[in-house]
Write a protein that binds this ligand. Structure first.
Ligand code: NAP
Ligand code: ZN
Length: 349
């Protein structure tokens, strides 16, 4: 089947309207009409080949929500008409230790929702800036939020799980002082989720203008990280810091804020390395530097259910597909509160 999409033919070209093909659903496949797709900073990194290896045409988008329009004969968990989501993963080996534990995100053969290997034309996966997608049932999530929140649910499929998973893994909860660095798509979800988990949340931003907004998101305190005095006031006081920043920066400024045995987990994925840390900033307080990548399918469902139960969605600005190139430029300037979401109905125009 042919569907309309938005994508790029090369890393130095703008995204434009394209036609792509989707396979007919196989026995275990779910065919989804996409209502909305969130716009992740990873879409920019990849469509511009900042991480190298991008295959073209590239159709980004891994924060997908929509309705089931057809299911294969062996699909039992999803029915036509269901509200569903698809995140960053559309396939994995299904039998390694990681897949067995529901950590498909760490499977060596995980297939990303776009730019991953597939037998389908054109030989690599094409993402959610498109009218429809066909996905194996294992990687399709149930959405329990009310229909009218659907657009604001889309960013949970990447920004939500990428922040939820490390907060859970490092057991963030009441009595913990938790920092969230960078108040963008990921960071604003990190603030909401850490707050809902009961932690004392401090937001770190480079943008003076986000101070009040961060408090409204659920932060207990806000620090403008360019202000050395504000940073010094929090020295050696954090249990955990989640760093979502998309560009290389001085990590030591944040290590100095961790207590003994504190951890800073990086989820931001800049194209070039950070200039630090200094080893002494780690060894003198037994501090840990860690990383985390999205989350597995069971944990993504757990996160969606947690958010439905706590009334959590993303703060979004809905755009038409033909506004995507401007949206990227605005994201690079930090000018979005806090996630763009494409209304996929605009692809039909
Ligand atoms: P985003 O919406 O563009 O937000 C990034 C935030 O970083 C900005 O809003 C800004 O917050 C801060 N920032 C930007 N420039 C900065 C600078 N020069 N110095 C310090 N802070 C700066 O991006 P996103 O969608 O949240 O993605 C963030 C990163 O996570 C990207 O690299 C993305 O590829 C990566 N990512 C990783 C995973 C994973 O699985 N690990 C998953 C999804 C995305 P302030 O204005 O508050 O400073
Ligand atoms: Zn993403």
């Amino acid at each position: 089947m042919t569907v309309k999409a938005y994508g790029a033919h090369a890393g130095n070209l703008p995204l434009e309207s394209l036609e792509i093909t989707r396979r007919a659903p196989g026995a275990h496949d779910v065919q989804i009409a996409i209502d909305y797709c969130g716009v992740c900073h990873s879409d920019i990194h990849q469509v511009r080949s900042e991480w190298d290896g991008t295959l073209y045409p590239c159709v980004p988008g891994h924060e997908i929500v929509g309705r089931v329009v057809a299911v294969g004969n062996h699909v039992s968990g999803h029915r036509v008409g269901d509200l569903v989501g698809v995140g960053c993963i559309v396939d994995s080996c299904k039998h390694c230790a990681d897949c067995d534990e529901g950590l498909e995100n760490y499977c060596d053969h995980m297939v990303g929702t776009y730019n991953g290997p597939t037998p389908d034309a054109p030989g690599h996966t094409l993402g959610g800036y498109s009218q429809q997608i066909v996905v194996h049932e294992r990687y399709v999530l149930r959405i329990r939020h009310p229909q009218e929140q659907l657009a604001a649910v889309a960013p949970l499929l990447c920004a939500g799980i990428t922040t939820y998973s490390p907060l859970r893994h490092w057991k963030v909860g009441p009595g913990h002082k938790v920092g969230v660095v960078g108040i963008g798509g990921l960071g604003h979800m990190g603030i909401k989720l850490a707050h809902a988990m009961g932690a004392h949340v401090v937001a770190f931003t480079t943008s003076e203008g986000k101070r009040d907004a961060a408090l409204a998101l659920g932060a207990d305190e806000v620090v403008v990280s360019r202000n050395a005095d504000e940073m010094a006031a929090h020295a050696k006081s954090f249990d955990f810091i989640l760093n979502t920043v998309a560009v290389p920066h001085d990590l030591d400024a944040f290590f100095n804020l961790l207590k003994r045995d504190g951890t800073m987990t990086l989820v931001g994925a800049p194209a070039t390395p950070h200039p630090s840390p200094q080893v002494f900033n780690l060894i003198t307080k037994r501090r840990t530097l860690a990383g985390s990548m999205i989350g597995g399918i069971p944990e993504t469902q757990e996160m969606l259910d947690f958010c439905a139960e706590h009334g959590i969605v993303a703060d979004i600005e809905v755009i038409r597909a033909d506004q995507i190139n401007d949206a990227y430029e605005r994201m690079l300037k930090g000018d979005v509160k806090y996630r763009f979401v494409i209304d996929n109905a605009s692809l039909a125009a």
